[in-house]
Design a protein around this ligand. Structure first.
Ligand code: COI
Length: 355
């Protein structure tokens, strides 16, 4: 992409590439050499730059530290066999970042700043994109308030940044989950649909309690009745019953509108599955599990892609789900998604952008 915007570039003099062990990547721990930064001041985004990835210096009165005005995105870049950089549905991430920003009173980042900053960053750190199956470059755009002011009001200054991390699988094995019916992740009218930092902070304590009991994640239920299954901590959740895929609808505003979620549902319909965007209730799930009638359960997300669920705990009872073979829907759809993302098949959906 030819950049039309003025983006000042400062290259690192000490690339970390040579010291990076691409065979042992812990999600989010290995960060590439550069980051894109833009500042919001006096009502406009300015000072667009790419600089070496480095720590930030923050005033202790920084508004984000106190009041959490911060939103983020997650997306992935891949390399095809020819070594070209492919981005999966970056336009959807850009739109979702701004939808989250609006809810958190954060100014939107114009599409051209997001895209041109991202493309230039990926071109500069292209050697950081792993070319192995299942591996990719995770891209983390985020916006946060930078006013140094303790009064409660929307900040007047912000930073928009993008940095990237080479990653492998987020979950090394199928996950175990516990249905949460005490704590609430999101309430109607709240911020559940936004990728807001605070949503993740609020979910940590209940998730930690479940982890202490041996479960990887929670299956969140709605905040009002705790009867409807909404999503998991890092993913949307799907259930398969014979040839029907059931996943929570997003109209309540309590559920993240997952881009992987939407992509899987589109592919499922093309594969001849019936898609039901409706709530699976806890008792329906319990009955399906008791009768051995739940064909599959899995999470979908950018980081996780497709994460098989191996065990579900409801009201203290563990239900094991048998391992899934190659012909299971979740594995078929994962192969289809990967083929598109790595440029192995023609992209008939307009999901891939070549950088
Ligand atoms: C993602 O899948 O990109 C996410 O944002 C989940 C994350 C919290 C790891």
């Amino acid at each position: 992409m030819k950049t039309a915007l003025a983006i000042e570039v400062t290259k690192t003099s000490q690339s970390k590439l040579a010291q990076t062990d691409f065979d042992n990547l812990m999600f989010g721990q290995t960060i590439s050499d550069h980051m894109f930064v833009a500042d919001y001041e006096n009502g406009e985004w300015t000072n667009l730059r790419i600089v070496p990835y480095e720590p930030l210096s923050l005033n202790p009165a920084n508004a984000t530290l106190h009041y959490g005005q911060s939103v983020f995105e997650g997306m992935k870049a891949y390399k095809n066999d020819a070594g070209e950089i492919l981005l999966f549905r970056a336009d959807a991430n850009q739109k979702r970042l701004n939808a989250s920003a609006e809810r958190m009173c954060i100014p939107e980042v114009p599409e051209e700043i997001f895209m041109e900053g991202l493309y230039k960053l990926l071109e500069m750190d292209a050697d950081w994109i792993p070319q192995k199956p299942g591996y990719s470059l995770y891209v983390r755009p985020f916006i946060f308030a930078t006013d140094d002011y303790l009064g409660i009001r929307p900040s007047q200054k912000y930073s928009f940044m993008i940095f990237t991390c080479p990653v492998g699988h987020y979950y090394a094995k199928p996950v175990t989950v516990k249905v949460e019916q005490t704590y609430t992740r999101a309430a109607e009218g709240g911020t559940g649909y936004a990728k807001a930092a605070g949503n993740y902070a609020a979910s940590l304590y209940p998730a930690l309690l479940a982890q202490k009991q041996g479960y990887d994640q929670l299956l969140w239920t709605d905040g009002k009745t705790h009867q409807n299954i909404e999503e998991s901590g890092t993913m949307n959740v799907m259930f398969v019953v014979n040839d029907t895929i059931i996943t929570a609808p997003t109209h309540t505003g309590t559920i993240l509108k997952g881009i992987t979620r939407e992509s899987v549902l589109i592919l499922a319909k093309e594969m001849g599955y019936v898609v039901e965007e409706r709530f699976m209730t806890v008792s329906e799930l319990e009955k399906l599990l008791q009768a051995g009638k739940l064909t599959e359960a899995f999470g979908t997300g950018t980081a996780a892609t497709i994460a098989h669920i191996a065990k579900i705990n409801i009201n203290g009872v563990d239900y094991e789900l048998p391992a899934k073979g190659e012909d299971a829907f979740s594995n078929q759809v994962l192969r289809k998604l990967d083929a598109i993302k790595y440029g192995k098949v023609t992209d008939t959906h307009g999901w891939i952008r070549k950088v």
